[in-house]
Write a protein that binds this ligand. Structure first.
Ligand code: ATP
Ligand code: MG
Length: 389
């Protein structure tokens, strides 16, 4: 890591394809989110939009900036940089300086890029590579150039106003900054899937209203803690938003469904959850519902059952993990830090019957579905409680 960095530059991808109004709104949003994430962790740094980049200055430790910023939605990559004037001599001198303290291997390569049209600079990116390459060869004893797979790449990004020199590019999740795409209600159970699904929607710019269903005597002892812990973790990626968990107590309805239904109870329970979610979404001004469902993962997640479940609401139900394998989901959960919370022992109570309905037969479900769901959902939403995380 380039310890003596002057700035950390933060690259964004899709945002740059937007029209200028949208782009500037999204960049401002990204700056606000980065600022909030740093403040939340007590990390010093000033964030602003300059030289067509989001940059951070005035920090103590670039490593902490990289660690925090590289997981934020909307960030494509992050590099601690030395900043020099955009002329060849300054760039070569800067590279010599950073190579002295940051080169341990035997081989190096230089990648230079110029931004702007042909006339912006009086030299080409090739000129930068050639000049800098021969100076580095003289300076770094016994080092050789390798342009395939060197021990160390030196990067130069020469823009109109300044040139940035850096050694590494840390990848972010990309996408759009949280808050640029409106609100969704996300069903978060605290298992591995739903927090990952929620993070995926955050990476498409969604602000999240977390909804957790408490199932009374059918909840495991510590099952709510899992949900709250994972929400706490998700909050770190966008602490400047409302993350209060909406806790919906559906214990009575679950109890009744256990008594009234057998094979179909899981599908009906999912439908009931969506009715509640839709009502909450309408109340909160959200425009979509998110779940961690994945095709075929459980009996209630067959193609047919997902269809029957979705049909109970008019609002779109988003399932970002629909095509993900469990192993891929777990990998992301580890990366974003929700794995630990989801792994808390919860003493899960199994609600599923021995032979759950998998047919996705709409008529069959609607036929047995009790008539009280709508009214119960109204009641549940009226009595939602709030858990601060
Ligand atoms: P997860 O899917 O979060 O790992 P899970 O596997 O226990 O938890 P499933 O039975 O697969 O849950 O439920 C499918 C989806 O329904 C979940 O991903 C979640 O979005 C939603 N869901 C299930 N139970 C709850 C709950 N108690 N509170 C909120 N949402 C829930
Ligand atoms: Mg699941």
């Amino acid at each position: 890591m380039l310890k003596e960095a002057d700035v950390v530059i933060i690259r964004f991808g899709e945002i740059s394809l937007k029209s200028s109004n949208v782009r500037s709104r999204m960049i401002n949003r990204l700056c606000e989110n980065i600022n909030a994430a740093l403040k939340n962790r007590g990390i010093e740094g000033t964030v602003y939009n300059k030289w067509s980049r989001v940059i951070v200055t005035d920090f103590d430790d670039p490593e902490k900036i990289v660690e925090t910023v590289s997981s934020l939605p909307g960030v494509v990559s992050v590099s601690p940089c030395k900043v020099v004037e955009p002329d060849i001599d300054s760039m070569v001198e800067g590279l010599l300086e950073i190579s002295t303290d940051n080169f341990e291997g035997n081989t190096f390569g230089i990648k230079a890029r110029r931004a702007g049209d042909k006339n912006t600079h009086e030299f080409s990116s090739r000129d930068i590579c050639e000049k800098a390459g021969s100076s580095l060869l003289e300076n770094l004893e016994e080092a050789e150039v390798d342009l395939e797979d060197p021990d160390q790449w030196f990067y130069v990004e020469c823009r109109k106003e300044k040139a940035f020199l850096y050694l590494e590019k840390y990848r972010g999740p990309g996408g759009l900054p949280v808050g640029s795409e409106g609100k969704v209600v996300s069903l978060i159970s605290g298992g591995h899937d739903s927090p990952v699904a929620t993070y995926k929607m955050m990476c498409r710019g969604c602000e999240v209203i977390p909804l957790y269903f408490s199932m009374g005597e059918y909840s495991g002892i510590d099952i709510d803690i899992r949900a709250f812990k994972t929400v706490e973790q998700l909050k770190k990626f966008a602490p400047n938003f409302d993350w209060d968990v909406r806790v919906a107590d559906i214990g009575k309805t679950v109890e009744d469904l256990m008594e009234d239904l057998k094979n179909t109870r899981m599908v009906v329970l999912r439908r009931f959850m969506l009715i509640v979610a839709e009502k909450l979404a309408e109340k909160e001004g959200a425009r979509g519902i998110v779940t961690g469902e994945s095709l075929g993962q459980k009996s209630s997640q067959t193609l047919g059952n997902l269809d029957v479940v979705s049909k109970v609401v008019d609002m779109p139900v988003h399932r970002p993990l629909i095509s993900f394998d469990k192993s891929e989901i777990i990998e992301i959960a580890r990366e974003i830090g929700t794995f630990e919370g989801s792994s808390i022992e919860s003493g899960c109570v199994n609600l599923a019957p021995n032979r759950p309905e998998v047919s996705g037969d709409f008529e069959k479900i609607v036929d047995v579905e009790p008539g009280y769901l709508e009214e119960r959902a109204e009641q549940v939403v009226r009595n939602i409680s709030i858990e601060e995380v």
